[in-house]
Design a protein around this ligand. Structure first.
Ligand SMILES: NC(=O)C1=CN([C@@H]2O[C@H](COP(=O)(O)OP(=O)(O)OC[C@H]3O[C@@H](n4cnc5c(N)ncnc54)[C@H](O)[C@@H]3O)[C@@H](O)[C@H]2O)C=CC1
Ligand SMILES: O=C(O)CCC(=O)C(=O)O
Length: 458
């Protein structure tokens, strides 16, 4: 008799099923390391759910979940200002539509490849489920580097990108949005091209300008949502954000609005960064200066130190800066925190980490957090505010209305508090000992799994 036997399934069966699935994934796509990392973490978390639900193994639901419904890869030809003909590679992964139209951003960055788009699309399935809104998971992008490009080059690139992408998307099918390298300017060019080719005013993208169907608070949503989530998590530990010292990485959309909301809650943020280096300002980062450099001048973060005398600029990663602080908010990119940097967090007295970026902590870094009782809010829960307000933008577009800022912001706060409650409830139900990563994976998965089973062979 197997001691792990619970409700009709043996722990050994679960282990064998997961092992087999992992081997299949590696065999199918041996070079997709980011995708494997994201999927394997989720599979590990779901073991207790599989023990309870033999039907999930019987129907091989995880085999379906890890295989995208559809993947597009395409050529993007465009012309630079010097008249050269340039070619980039574009992607859209329509991962899972069990609970609604595919929803997820577009990333423009030289590192974009199928592994990265698939990891992001996979994470998006469970994240979107946690929002409680009817949106499935998708993601896309191109290996285009927007850095140093003129406005006209960006416009020509976006028009060419949409010329192909428009064949595969639709307001009830797949609604892209922004991500790294895609903000209001890019969404405008993409939307304009969609309209030229299709002649319709459908809410085909979210993150649109306020003049043409965008939602108030979408710009702020991911950063504000991160702090609403963190606030709920911290209060549940009988602690508060007030007077806490925070390190933020990144200086883009998510970082800027996390900085703003953290300051509004009485915390002191002492760093921001970009891919070259970071600013350390022990007096607290000045929000208006960061906004001026990044949103208006589109400059590099080192310019901050020329404007603010108390600040210093350092080349390299902000996670190597050795100072005492309370909260880490990675808001730049995937795998920005390695095991050694996580060990430094422990030495620096960090108590909480909440992820604004997608998968910013390596698997080994997360083990360090867990081994050292750092309370860890994983990306798919902590940064879900952006996509949640995107879904609210879709609702406003459908009813041809614009809600006011306070209304959207209030709904965002409620959604983030509810996400914390769902993952904390899952943590308690499965007796995980404040493992909110597993809690998020389980809570996000259960709704998608029920929807998939209800719809038959999917
Ligand atoms: N914009 C959104 O609504 C959402 C974004 N996210 C995630 O948040 C993260 C940041 O996205 P955004 O702020 O939208 O992008 P962004 O393009 O506005 O800013 C990205 C920031 O990260 C920095 N960065 C990029 N690569 C880096 C590297 N290798 N090392 C250090 N810094 C680096 C850039 O310099 C920039 O400051 C990404 O992981 C994205 O997937 C997650 C949910 C929603
Ligand atoms: O708003 C959206 O649809 C995109 C959000 C996104 O890409 C993300 O949550 O990572």
């Amino acid at each position: 008799m197997n001691l792990f036997k619970k409700v009709g399934i043996f722990m050994a069966d679960v282990e064998a099923y997961i092992k087999d699935l992992k081997e299949t994934i590696i065999k199918r796509d041996p070079n997709q390391s980011e995708f494997q990392e994201a999927v394997f973490t989720v599979l590990e978390s779901l073991k207790p759910v599989l023990e309870k639900h033999p039907e999930y193994i019987k129907t091989n639901i995880l085999g379906s979940l890890v295989e995208p419904e559809r993947v597009f890869q395409f050529r993007i030809p465009w012309q630079d200002d010097a008249g050269n003909y340039r070619i980039n590679r574009g992607f859209r992964v329509q991962f899972n539509s069990a609970i609604g139209p595919y929803k997820g951003g577009l990333r423009l960055h030289p590192s974009v490849n199928l592994s990265i788009v698939k990891f992001l699309g996979f994470e998006q399935i469970l994240k979107n489920s946690l929002t409680g809104l009817p949106i499935g998971g998708g993601k896309g992008g191109a290996d285009f580097d927007p850095k140093g490009k003129s406005d006209l080059e960006i416009m020509r690139f976006c028009q060419s990108f949409m010329t192909e992408l428009q064949k595969y998307i639709g307001p009830n099918l797949d609604v892209p949005a922004g991500d790294i390298g895609v903000g209001g300017r890019e969404i405008g060019y993409l939307y304009g091209q969609y309209k030229r080719l299709n002649g319709s005013q459908s809410g085909i993208l979210t993150g649109k300008g306020l003049e043409y169907g965008g939602s108030l608070a979408r710009t702020e949503a991911t950063g504000f949502g991160l702090i609403y989530f963190l606030d709920a998590l911290i209060k549940d530990q009988k602690d508060s954000l007030k007077s806490k010292t925070i390190k933020i990485s990144g200086a883009g959309n998510v970082a800027i609005y996390a900085l703003q909301k953290a300051q509004e809650n009485g915390a002191k943020v002492v760093t921001v960064s970009d891919s070259n280096g970071y600013i350390y300002d022990p007096n607290g980062i000045d929000l208006a200066t960061v906004k001026q450099i990044k949103e208006v001048e589109r400059g590099r973060i080192k310019e901050y130190a020329d404007k603010i005398s108390t600040a210093k600029y350092f080349e390299g990663s902000v996670w190597d800066l050795d100072i005492d602080y309370d909260i880490a908010l990675p808001c730049a990119t995937q795998n920005e925190i390695n095991e050694d940097q996580a060990q430094l967090m422990v030495k620096n007295g960090v108590k909480y980490i909440a992820e604004g970026a997608n998968m910013p902590s390596s698997t080994k870094a997360i083990k360090v957090y867990k081994d050292n009782q750092i309370i860890y809010g994983p990306a798919k829960a902590a940064n879900a505010g952006g996509v949640a307000v995107s879904a609210l933008e879709m609702s406003q577009n459908s009813e041809r209305l614009s809600w006011n800022f306070e209304d959207v912001d209030h709904q965002l706060k409620g959604i983030m508090e509810n996400i914390y409650k769902q993952i904390s409830d899952a943590d308690k139900e499965y007796d995980l000992g404040k493992d909110y990563q597993a809690g998020a994976n389980i809570a996000g998965f259960e709704k998608v799994a029920k929807a998939m089973l209800a719809q038959g062979l999917v």
